[in-house]
Structures are given as structure tokens and as C-alpha cells.
Design a binder for this molecule. Structure first.
Ligand SMILES: Cc1cc2nc3c(=O)[nH]c(=O)nc-3n(C[C@H](O)[C@H](O)[C@H](O)COP(=O)(O)OP(=O)(O)OC[C@H]3O[C@@H](n4cnc5c(N)ncnc54)[C@H](O)[C@@H]3O)c2cc1C
Length: 351
């Protein structure tokens, strides 16, 4: 028997930082919200948890964060020490998920559906937004893994890099890859490691957490293969004498192609919108900022706010520079630019 159609004012797909932030700001309003997450647990994503950009994180999370002013940058074997004006905060993704979830617990209007996957987005006139351009008013609904049909006034695609919502809208993605080892020992330094000859414009990192160290690599798979990038990472760990034997390398794509946030009554935010920074792969703050923007737009509270505008401008500049450097493809020129960048950061720091 076919199940009856349910209706929510807002359906949010995905309870990562973007979806949870959006749900938080819609909590306590008179809108009925469904937050649908395919995993049974919230938080705990493969992620290094480093935040260099505008981290207006709530105090409890910042108190738990591990913070570093001093950064070690290694470019082609040469080490540069940079004492930043503000710290790199390293947060735990499980703690972030737990914290964000806790903020929703008193909101009666937010229904959290865990362990349920959205399997299809259906439009009465076809199966994609593009087919529907001229008939945006036609009813759309989602289908879930437990057989529900749910229609909505607004759909929020906060469903990460492999977003079903983004596919429905007909947008391509540009994936970078992040992969890391969670090594059960605490290294004492933050390290950014560049080796353009073997990694192009990608980089490796060592980010110490409170009880483990994230050692990983972020790279463009159109430029470097998985095995070559893994070799650079493994060689770096060898150089630093870090033992990673028996620790699995876990990776995930990060979508860095931004096409916009709002498409009639469908929104994208976070990795689904491709707002992560293409040079560093940082996507947590962009996910929180875009999740907040979407909620405010639904509530018609604000135009796009200044912080988000400047973040999007900054990341689009990064995209352009990175595109040029990747097209040039010459590791000497790439090294020269990285060096210039290191000196620029150092020069801009307060004396
Ligand atoms: C190895 C690695 C290291 C990284 N390190 C950093 C870092 O140091 N700092 C930083 O800022 N960023 C980092 N990132 C990027 C960061 O993890 C992401 O940008 C961030 O998680 C994006 O948040 P989001 O809410 O958009 O998506 P996600 O966190 O991916 O959340 C999307 C959610 O949607 C759910 N979902 C997906 N499809 C469906 C569906 N069909 N139905 C229901 N639920 C669905 C998923 O289960 C998931 O919970 C790293 C990424 C990787 C891979």
C-alpha cells in the first residue's frame, strides 16, 4: 500500500554542521521542520577539525578546542616558523555534532529523523530541477529509505559533497580529496607541508587534537593520483618519525564548486553548495555560515550578511588563483607562489 504524503514547511537533508545550524535558527519558530540524517549518529565525520577562518564558535566548543599560535610550514624541505596573530583552533567533530544537536532538544517544531536516507527528490513534472525551470510552482517531494513521501515549502540540501539535492538541481561538482590518519598519539606541533613537485597545489597537515593527531593530505585528484598523494603523506610522516602502522587512511571528497545558495524554494549549503575553501579544504565555518544564511532567508530576516559575502569573495579569489596555478602546472612556479604567500603572511603579522 502506498504511504500517505506528509508535509513539512522546511525539509533539511543532512545533519552536518550546515544542516544543524539551519535547524537551530529555524527552531522555536512557527514553521514545522524535518531534519533528515542517514546516519544513526550525528557528528564524527572524517575531518581534521582545523579552523583558521573566522571561528565565531560558541565558548564551550572553543574551550574544548586545542589552539596553536605557532605554525610550522615546510616547503620543499625548508621549514618556516610563523607565529600567527590569531590561533588555529582544532575542534573535535563528534563534540561539534553533539553540541549542535543539544541546541535543538527544546525545539518542538524540529523533528529529527536519524537513520533515514533521502533516496529521491521528485518533481511532479520530471526528475530534475532543470526540466522544471518554467514550472517552479509544481509540487516537489522527497522519498525516504523508510518509504515516506514528504512534500515541503522549502527544501534545504545540507547533504554534503555527494549531495542528492545538488544533483537534482543539475549542478556538477568539483571534488578535492581529503584523507587522514587519526594517530593515537599527540604530536606537539601544527605542521603544513607543501611539496609542489609531487603534490601540485595540495598539502599535508599534522593537526594535534587532545587525544590523537590528525595527519592528512588534501589534493586535487585531477592533478595528483591517490597513490602519489598517499606517498607524499607517508614520506612526511616518516620524516617526522610518526608511527602510523595499523592506522587506516580514511578519506572523503570535498566539493569546492560554488554555484549559488538559492534556487526558487530549494537551497544548498555547506559542501552541497561547494563553499569549502579550495586551498585548505576548510568547510566547517562556511557550512555554519551558509546554514545560518539559509535559515535567515527562509525567515526573510536578512539579506546575505557581510561576513558571508566576504567569505564567498575570498574563496572565489582562492579558486581563481588555484585554477591558474594548476593550469601552469610547473612546480617551480608553484613553489615560488607558495614562498611568496609564506612571506606575505609573515609580513602582515603584527610585530
Ligand atoms: C579528511 C578531511 C579533513 C578535513 N579537515 C577539515 C578541517 O580541518 N577544517 C575544516 O573546516 N574542514 C575540514 N574538512 C571539510 C569539512 O569536513 C566539511 O567541509 C564539512 O563537514 C561540511 O559540512 P556539511 O554540513 O556541509 O556536510 P557534512 O559534514 O558532510 O554533512 C552532511 C550530512 O548529510 C548526510 N547525508 C548525506 N546524504 C544524505 C541523504 N541522502 N539523506 C540523509 N542524509 C544525508 C550525511 O550523512 C552527513 O551527516 C575536511 C574534510 C576531509 C574529508
Amino acid at each position: 500500500m502506498e504511504s500517505a504524503k506528509e508535509h513539512f514547511d522546511v525539509v533539511i537533508i543532512g545533519a552536518g554542521p550546515a544542516g544543524l545550524k539551519c535547524a537551530e535558527l529555524l527552531g522555536g519558530t512557527d514553521l514545522e521542520i524535518a531534519l533528515i540524517e542517514k546516519s544513526e549518529t550525528i557528528g564524527g565525520k572524517v575531518c581534521a577539525g582545523g579552523l583558521t577562518v573566522g571561528a565565531d564558535l560558541p565558548e564551550p566548543l572553543l574551550l574544548e578546542a586545542v589552539s596553536f599560535i605557532r605554525q610550522y610550514v615546510v616547503l620543499n624541505g625548508k621549514e618556516y616558523i610563523i607565529d600567527m596573530d590569531g590561533p588555529l583552533n582544532i575542534i573535535d567533530r563528534t563534540a561539534l555534532g553533539k553540541f549542535q544537536l543539544e541546541l535543538l532538544k527544546d525545539y518542538q517544531n524540529v523533528k529529527i529523523m536519524k537513520g533515514i536516507k533521502v533516496t529521491r527528490i521528485v518533481s511532479d513534472g520530471g526528475n530534475s530541477y532543470m526540466q522544471e525551470e518554467k514550472s517552479a510552482k509544481r509540487e516537489k517531494y522527497i522519498i525516504t529509505s523508510d518509504g515516506r513521501k514528504i512534500s515541503f515549502n522549502f527544501l534545504v540540501g545540507a547533504d554534503g559533497s555527494r549531495s542528492l539535492t545538488r544533483k537534482f538541481l543539475g549542478f556538477k561538482s568539483k571534488f578535492h580529496i581529503g584523507a587522514h590518519y587519526e594517530i593515537p598519539a599527540v604530536f606537539e606541533r601544527v605542521v603544513w607541508f607543501f611539496n609542489p613537485e609531487n603534490l601540485g597545489t595540495g598539502y599535508c597537515w599534522i593537526f594535534p587534537h587532545a587525544s590523537f593527531t590528525s595527519c592528512g593530505v588534501f589534493y586535487d585528484p585531477d592533478v595528483v593520483s591517490f597513490s602519489d598523494s598517499k606517498k607524499v603523506l607517508d614520506d612526511m610522516l616518516g620524516e617526522f618519525g610518526i608511527d602510523y602502522s595499523g592506522v587506516p587512511l580514511r578519506g572523503f571528497p570535498v566539493n569546492c564548486l560554488y554555484k549559488g545558495l538559492k534556487f526558487d524554494n530549494i537551497y544548498l549549503c555547506g559542501d552541497a553548495a561547494g563553499v569549502a575553501f579550495p586551498v585548505t579544504g576548510e568547510g566547517i565555518i562556511p557550512a555554519l555560515e551558509t546554514g545560518a544564511y539559509v535559515a535567515r532567508d527562509i525567515l526573510r530576516k536578512e539579506e546575505m550578511f557581510e561576513k558571508l559575502k566576504s567569505m564567498l569573495k575570498h574563496r572565489s579569489k582562492q579558486s581563481r588563483y588555484l585554477g591558474v596555478l594548476n593550469r601552469i602546472g610547473n612546480h617551480h612556479i608553484q613553489s615560488f607562489f607558495f614562498k611568496l604567500f609564506i612571506y606575505r603572511i609573515r609580513g602582515s603579522l603584527a610585530k
